[in-house]
Design a protein around this ligand. Structure first.
Ligand code: ADP
Ligand code: DP6
Length: 329
């Protein structure tokens, strides 16, 4: 019997990944750039044993159904293939983040799974190789291998599509991200289905793709110059453009709720009073506010006038993936 345990933190994209050119390999249509955060994470243990007669997947202590387990088995197969291992595995994962609510559980979840399986099978992967493996589980997971800022290079093949760390002279330490949790229930349209529908049907999708390289360059320049305003502006613009594409899909859809709009308007209003802060949103109604750490309290106080304190979660830059244990018995 041998097992591995890993912990990975979620990341939130400042320049969004939205759309795949290869669904099986999870090759994205565009590069993306993210900040790994300390407030939400996943811990996963993978155990292989001759005694197991099937793969099993427990999420938050609940045995998952065959649909969820097949997804995990397919992922484990990628690692099993690398070593010739034919054993079944039991995967036990704990999400310290609401699952499938637009709070990036797929990023921390699949990165932790990649870390745990590579530890269990002693794959001895470089960060880039681990990022590639995590990508096969969920695109955004490729970025959760690193702490701080990361860029996922879209690449053109399995080999060339992976994330790397962006060197930032600790700029990420100056930042806070405040999560406004509007609804942490499982969403109706998953990221995977939402982006695919958009690629296939949205007349705005080409506009999205054309805009990404410029936005990415702006974000990288802003990080290099430690220019918060420039980073905030391009972060907000990227999110708005991504969400714009869903409105032109067939059938059209949106992840925004009335409360999301309220939160976004509040952020805009705060800016007019001289408080520099910017929002971003993912595939769910929750809003994340990017603010300089020195202004975190000011923004929190304002948000607390409109949202319950239990809805507000403060995050700072998080660390890279951690291998917690490797055991053989
Ligand atoms: P989110 O916004 O939470 O990332 P997604 O729809 O993108 O939502 O992804 C949610 C999916 O990610 C889940 O349905 C599940 O397939 C996968 N997932 C989430 N957490 C884990 C985990 N800890 N281990 C394995 N897979 C996970
Ligand atoms: C809106 O990485 O969850 O959060 O690759 O299909 O698993 P799959 O999708 P996923 O999508 C994330 C989409 C996003 C933007 C982002 O994180 O870049």
């Amino acid at each position: 019997m041998f097992s591995g345990k890993a912990k990975a933190y979620t990341n939130i994209a400042l320049i969004k990944y939205w759309g795949k050119k290869n669904q099986e390999l999870i090759l994205p249509m565009n590069n993306s750039l993210s900040l790994t955060l300390d407030a939400f994470y996943t811990e996963t243990t993978v155990t292989f044993s001759t005694e197991f007669t099937e793969d099993q997947f427990y999420l938050d202590n609940q045995l998952q159904d065959s649909k969820a387990t097949i997804k995990i088995s397919r992922f484990l197969d990628l690692a099993r293939k690398k070593t010739g291992c034919t054993l079944f595995a039991v995967v036990k994962s704990q999400n310290f983040v609401p699952t499938a609510a637009g709070l990036a559980s797929s990023a921390s979840g699949l990165a932790a799974l990649a870390g745990a399986v590579s530890a269990a099978l002693n794959l001895d992967l470089s960060p880039i190789a681990l990022s590639r493996l995590a990508r096969r589980g969920s695109g955004s997971a490729s970025r959760s291998v690193y702490g701080g800022f990361a860029e996922w290079e879209k690449g053109t093949s399995d080999e060339t599509s992976y994330a790397t760390k962006i060197i930032s002279n600790d700029f990420e330490q100056d930042l806070s991200m405040i999560f406004i949790v509007i609804n942490d229930a499982k969403k109706d349209v998953s990221s995977r289905d939402g982006m695919q529908r958009t690629v296939e049907t949205s007349s705005f999708y080409d506009g999205w793709l054309q805009s990404v390289p410029k936005d990415l360059a702006k974000a990288k320049a802003a990080i290099a110059a430690k220019d918060f305003t420039a980073l905030g502006e391009v972060t907000e613009a990227s999110a708005l453009k991504m969400h714009g594409t869903t409105l032109a899909a067939t059938p059209p859809f949106t992840y925004w709720s009335a409360e999301s709009m309220k939160a976004m308007n509040l952020v805009r209003q705060l800016r007019t009073t001289g408080v520099s802060c910017y929002f971003t949103m993912d595939a769910g109604p929750n809003v994340k506010v990017l603010v300089e750490r020195k202004n975190e309290e000011k923004v929190l106080d304002e948000l607390a006038k409109h949202f319950d304190p239990t809805q507000l979660i403060v995050a700072h830059a998080g660390p890279s993936i951690e291998i917690l244990s490797t055991e053989e018995a």
